[in-house]
Design a protein around this ligand. Structure first.
Ligand code: ZN
Length: 374
């Protein structure tokens, strides 16, 4: 036991010394008490996995190609969640079937990786969310402020305090607001996980928000496993640099689309953050309400067909986690083309979008191709 403690001490000391000197991370890892980490979705697990590198085990809970909105945890999943050292979730009403279970249990290993992200509403300026009732938010406020500073030093501005260029009014940082408020009333669409105007959880489609995930993952892994803190810091810094490059690359791809064609209709509304970041307009989605549980009425479909014709939308986007039949029907009736994007899940290792970076690149390339061809 003493031997173990002294080895951990040595590792922690080494980590502190390396952090202070800015020396590249060692290639051997402290293996005692190796962390076992779960990311609720494949997107989160990929990003946390980049920060963890070889120093911790990171696995997704919800599988590749599975719709997280509709996902219900199994008894086996509950055991895995309980046994993990850290469980990262997106929250903001994304993992609808999982959050209820987790919030009821309120396990200590649960971390909302998006806490410092500025949340946008599904429908601008409508149905504001409640302020959170959490009394002590000073720690997370300081943590977010430090993340904003880190990104500002990389030339990346986050946390806009005013209305965005496309007219969308941000709701606030995730930790400041209560996204589930309003989900318990019995209005007509209460069976959807999302109310109109409620929090849009698809925040990873703005690369800056994944930079914030990266910093949160670094902090949390370092606290849970101080012996490997230098490795997590070095991995996070390297990944951040890749994300800064990716953000510029995505902006370049999407800016090459003629301005009049920068309009998006998706199967369920997944691109609000991408639209706000890269200057696009969302004119409709096939499934109303933001989640994937609702079905459009005949009137909804007629209205959407009119929108496609009015805006001369060249292409409609389907996705890898939800059925495309309605999109095909609307495309048939309007002459719009149909292209598939990757939405709420990465592909498995055989697919072209197995990492977050490949996912963003594939989607931006598809959007560019779809909207510039006519
Ligand atoms: Zn979704």
């Amino acid at each position: 036991m003493l031997k173990l403690i002294s080895r951990l001490w040595m590792a922690a000391l080494t980590a502190i010394i390396l952090l202070n000197l800015g020396i590249p991370a060692p290639t051997t890892y402290a293996q005692e008490n190796r962390l076992s980490v779960i990311g609720s979705t494949t997107l989160i697990a990929d990003v946390v996995g980049r920060v963890a590198g070889d120093a911790a085990d990171v696995t997704p809970l919800i599988g590749y190609g599975v719709d997280p909105h509709a996902y219900e945890p199994s008894a086996q999943d509950i055991v895995a969640l309980d046994e993990a050292d850290v469980v990262f979730i997106n929250s903001a009403t994304f993992e609808e079937g999982l959050i209820g279970v987790l919030e009821e249990a309120a396990p200590e290993n649960l971390v909302t990786i998006s806490d410092c992200v500025t949340i946008l509403p599904f429908e601008p300026n409508k149905n504001p969310v409640d302020a959170t009732h959490d009394d002590d938010t000073s720690n997370i406020a300081d943590q977010c402020a430090s993340h904003f500073e880190t990104l500002a030093a990389l030339g990346v501005e986050v946390n806009p305090s005013s209305t965005l260029e496309n007219g969308v009014e941000p709701l606030g940082l995730l930790y400041e607001i209560n996204c589930t408020a309003g989900n318990h009333d019995d209005s007509a669409d209460a069976n959807s996980g999302h109310q109109e105007g409620n929090c849009d959880p698809h925040l990873w489609t703005d690369v800056r928000n994944v930079m914030l995930w990266t910093l949160m993952a670094r902090d949390v892994l370092s606290e849970a496993d101080p012996a490997n803190a230098a490795i997590y810091a070095a991995n996070a810094a390297a990944y951040l640099a890749e994300l800064v490059t990716l953000d510029a690359e995505i902006a370049g791809l999407l800016a090459s689309v003629p301005e009049k064609n920068r309009i998006l209709i998706t199967n369920h509304e997944t691109l609000g953050y991408l639209a706000a970041r890269y200057g696009y307009q969302i004119v409709g989605s096939i499934i109303p309400g933001g989640g994937t549980a609702n079905e459009p009425s005949a009137e909804d479909i007629t209205a959407l067909i009119e929108t496609v014709l009015d805006y001369r939308v060249p292409a409609i986007f389907t996705e890898n986690t939800v059925n495309a039949a309605l999109a095909e029907q609307i495309a048939d009736e309007t002459g719009a083309s149909v292209y598939q994007l990757y939405s709420d899940s990465l592909t498995d290792a055989d697919g072209p979008a197995h990492t977050y970076i490949d996912y963003m690149r594939a989607n931006a390339t598809t959007i560019m191709t779809a909207l510039t061809e006519k």
